[in-house]
Design a protein. Structure first.
Length: 484
């Protein structure tokens, strides 16, 4: 049977030829399942792409750190290599000097992915826009169209999901690692000690500011360097309820004190007779309790400016950020609500989503979710099942964040699930803190490095066991999981 006479009910349909879609198609085809990959370029170009090549890099050419010992994204690189990732194979083959990072020749990288996909006998590439609801005879579908999803397809997805909007300027608040917050300065308390759904009455970490500190903070916000919009983003409106904090500050010096930094209903237990002039609140962001987001602090400050300015807040002087704020056009689902643990849309389980649409950030993260979606879709096509990667691995931690690791807000407000890069805050904590060779407790930077090394060591060991178990369960024909 040739690719041209392949019927739609036999093939897995992958919509979108970016990194996630290309990775998904590759993983499916290497397991012996036919794929039809739909890519609208160059028939219809986006505002950001320049070519019709698959896996074109439209922004940076960096896959970030390649350190698999102490960096979460480097660990994800290592895991993807073990799983036979096409994206990592092409990246490694087209590497350019970048110190400890993996940066690629963007033309060579895209050409390598394009050649691998288009030459595979089980992959057919169709150059066409999916401009409405997905056909009913497509029984196994992966949607991986990314942040530049065309308007007709976005409308069709919106109709399926019931979400209010998919394409908007999404102003994202920073997220801080819980163990980097100074609780000798900050304290736990909900406003008026009120417990929301699932809350205890002490659900926020509160950082107090004096009048002088507040005024200096507002001045720094207004003076700080801001990111500029891409030309293709300028016509997209802000998402309601996510106004950047600098825009609020521009409306008057007291605006923030009557908004996200209002001090009412809170009492500093260390100095109960003195009311703070303003307060910054942080709210638990994941079920593990390792990450806290800065409430109402959506921002378009440049990243270096965010670190500098936000560390002036009492209690955040040593803050380590799992994610910094940002503002850009985005298209993504409220995945913890809409997707099941295998990335299927609950409202229509024949559809899976992959890549940035699911709520991950970054090239490598998008490819990782594409790989998992491809693995799950191939198993479905064969009438079998695929085990999920352990939560202790980078792949499992990222999947867990997308499909269930996030918690809903404990009070009224806009949805709080936001795209995120892989980071150690998404991993389950270690059973015990690492110690020095002589058994003594580690402190400071040594403790942090030892913790990261322990997390990566655990992850790689657990991933290898997962791969071995999959190979043993499915037999030699399925060993492409690690060799594809």
């Amino acid at each position: 049977m040739t690719t041209r006479d392949r019927t739609t009910d036999q093939a897995v349909h992958v919509v979108g030829g970016g990194l996630a879609g290309s990775e998904a198609a590759w993983q499916i085809a290497t397991r012996g399942v036919p794929v039809i990959l739909h890519e609208m370029r160059p028939v219809r170009m986006t505002e950001a792409h320049q070519t019709g090549e698959l896996a074109e890099l439209v922004c940076s050419n960096s896959f970030r750190s390649d350190d698999a010992e102490t960096n979460a994204v480097g660990l994800l690189h290592a895991e993807l290599r073990l799983c036979g990732s096409l994206i990592m194979r092409a990246g490694d083959a087209n590497q350019v000097p970048a110190g400890g990072a993996l940066a690629v020749d963007r033309v060579g990288f895209s050409a390598a992915v394009h050649a691998a996909i288009t030459s595979h006998p089980l992959i057919e590439v169709r150059r066409e826009e999916i401009d409405g609801p997905l056909p009913g005879d497509w029984n196994n579908v992966i949607v991986a169209t990314g942040p530049l999803t065309s308007a007709p397809l976005a409308d069709a997805i919106r109709a399926l999901t019931g979400e209010d909007s998919l394409a908007f300027f999404d102003a994202i608040a920073p997220i801080v690692h819980r163990d980097s917050i100074d609780l000798n300065v900050a304290w736990y308390q909900s406003r008026y000690d009120k417990a929301g759904p699932g809350g205890s009455g002490a659900d926020y970490i509160n950082c107090p500011l004096t009048r002088e500190q507040y005024e200096a903070f507002v001045a720094a916000l207004l003076a700080g360097g801001k990111t500029e919009f891409h030309q293709w983003e300028t016509s997209t409106p802000y998402f309601d309820g996510c106004l950047p904090i600098e825009v609020m500050a521009e409306r008057g010096p007291e605006t923030l004190r009557y908004g996200p930094m209002k001090p009412v209903g809170l009492t500093n237990p260390r100095d109960p007779t003195v009311k703070p002039y303003a307060i910054v609140q942080l709210r638990q962001d994941n079920k593990l309790g390792t990450l806290y987001n800065m409430v109402g602090f959506q921002t378009k400050l440049k990243h270096a400016e965010q670190v500098r300015i936000f560390r002036t807040i009492p209690g955040l002087g040593g803050a380590e950020f799992a994610r910094l704020g940002g503002l850009h056009r985005n298209t993504f689902l409220n995945s913890p609500k809409l997707l099941d643990a295998s990335l299927r849309l609950r409202a229509d389980p024949r559809l899976r989503f992959a890549g940035q649409m699911t709520g991950c950030e970054g090239y490598v993260e998008s490819a990782a979710i594409g790989l998992l979606a491809g693995l799950f879709a191939a198993a479905d096509a064969k009438g079998s099942s695929a085990d999920h990667p352990p939560a202790t691995t980078a792949l499992g931690a990222l999947l867990g964040h997308i499909t269930g690791g996030h918690i809903e807000t404990i009070d009224a407000g806009p949805r709080s699930f936001q795209p995120m890069n892989i980071n150690f805050g998404l991993f389950p904590p270690l059973a015990a803190a690492p110690k020095a060779v002589d058994g003594k407790r580690l402190r400071g930077p040594e403790k942090a490095l030892a913790r990261k090394r322990a997390l990566t060591s655990r992850a790689l060991a657990d991933l290898k066991r997962w791969i071995d178990a999959a190979s043993n369960h499915h037999g030699a024909a399925e060993q492409t999981l690690i060799t594809a």
